[in-house]
Design a protein around this ligand. Structure first.
Ligand code: GLU
Length: 379
């Protein structure tokens, strides 16, 4: 966290930035970005780079027509990741800066122990003034264990590193009121306090052929990071001195302000680690108790469930109006929970055949996701 204005900054470099819109890595662009990272380091900030571009680098090396199947993309990532880290290493070494490669998948974040191991390693690298260069481990990641895009991955990294700021560099200045490529009247949205459905609708889908993300995944990333106390900035990677400009707030950009009361401690992991496998839909009384009165989620207020989940897995909690309100670790599987929906805990033993905790999601295992619009939902 902030130490005398010295910040820990996660910089996510999308494929569109690293290729400068071409099909392969643009080396002058990388040189320029390294120079800017060094400027931030010289000002006393810690820098972590989340670098895409492995697949693009692999295409550049092979120079053949390669398709888009999972195996083909994994092959390209395996070829390209080596090239990518080599380039970063040689460019940072000009300034006598050591880099370290860290390849993550969702599986590394899902289990609390692995998450803590990754966190400790990242902390050690920063203590030793090494620049971590992070990417998804695309060569081995299957869809089940993949984060899938580096926008979300960079939000998880920002949480792991307890970062102050996440800068998502892309081929646009930020989030606009309409697609600026199609609409000249589109206005840049400079500041966002809370991401709502209207903004999500503006964000649309993926922007480029080569990269995986788009504004939609950037909003997902910002949404997670804001809650964990990280300011998020989307800015244009090709602008001159964009990184120093982001810090002095002089660049055209969109800033998502961190929440006043961010999620702390173990609950940060609940935001970034496990993947949700099911849904619990609750009546407004239960939502009110959980969101406004600090209560745990009880079976009595549950209306229905969806999906399959085991005990201890992450599930999402929705109100009947369909808004995501919270997520947390369930004490019962979907089959067990199905037997006690709407019931009082005194009936659990009879319905389940065993004693079980009265809380379906204990307060300590639950993180709220919709504090801002809570009153609206209930009115
Ligand atoms: N991990 C992918 C790569 O290095 C990029 C994912 C993304 O574009 O979000 O090519």
């Amino acid at each position: 966290m902030t130490k005398n204005n010295k910040q820990t900054i996660v910089i996510k470099l999308g494929t569109s930035v690293l290729t400068a819109g071409s099909q392969t890595l643009n080396k002058p662009r990388l040189v320029e970005l390294v120079r800017q990272c060094v400027t931030l380091r010289q000002a006393g900030h810690q820098v972590i780079v989340v670098s895409s571009g492995a697949v693009a680098a692999g295409r550049g090396v092979l120079q053949q027509q390669i398709g888009h199947s999972l195996a083909e993309k994994q092959m390209l990532a395996a070829i390209g990741q080596g090239q990518l880290i080599h380039l970063w290493q040689s460019l940072f070494s000009i300034y006598d800066i050591t880099v370290a490669q860290m390849l993550l998948t969702r599986a590394d974040l899902e289990h609390r122990e692995r998450y803590l191991t990754a966190r400790d390693m990242l902390t050690k690298l920063l203590e030793h003034h090494v620049v971590p260069i992070i990417n998804e481990n695309d060569a081995v990641a299957t869809s089940e264990i993949k984060v899938g895009d580096n926008d979300n991955l960079s939000a998880y990294v920002a949480i792991l590193a307890n970062a102050d700021k996440l800068v998502l560099l892309t081929d646009q200045h930020g989030l606009f009121t309409a697609d600026p490529r199609a609409n000249p009247d589109a206005q840049l949205i400079e500041q966002v306090t809370h991401i709502n459905d209207e903004l999500r609708a503006l964000a649309g889908g993926s922007g480029t052929q080569l990269g995986t993300g788009g504004m939609a995944t950037k909003l997902q990333a910002a949404d997670i990071a804001q809650r964990a106390g990280v300011d998020v900035v989307i800015a244009k990677g090709s602008e001159y001195d964009i990184l120093p400009q982001v810090l002095t707030q002089t660049a055209p950009s969109t800033t998502f302000l961190k929440f006043d009361a961010p999620v702390g401690g173990r609950k940060r992991w609940l935001l970034s680690g496990p993947k949700s496998t099911g849904k619990i839909i609750c009546d407004n009384g239960a939502i009110n108790a959980v969101c406004n009165q600090g209560a745990s989620l009880l079976a009595k207020g549950i209306v229905s469930i969806e999906g399959q989940f085991k005990r201890g897995e992450l599930v999402q909690v929705f109100c009947q109006q369909g808004t995501l309100q919270a997520q947390g670790l369930t004490s019962l599987s979907n089959q067990e929970l199905g037997l006690v929906i709407g019931r009082h805990s005194s009936e659990f033993a009879q319905c389940l055949g065993f004693e079980s905790a009265e809380e379906i999601i204990h307060r300590d295992n639950l993180v709220l996701l919709n504090q801002h619009s809570q009153q609206e939902v209930l009115n």
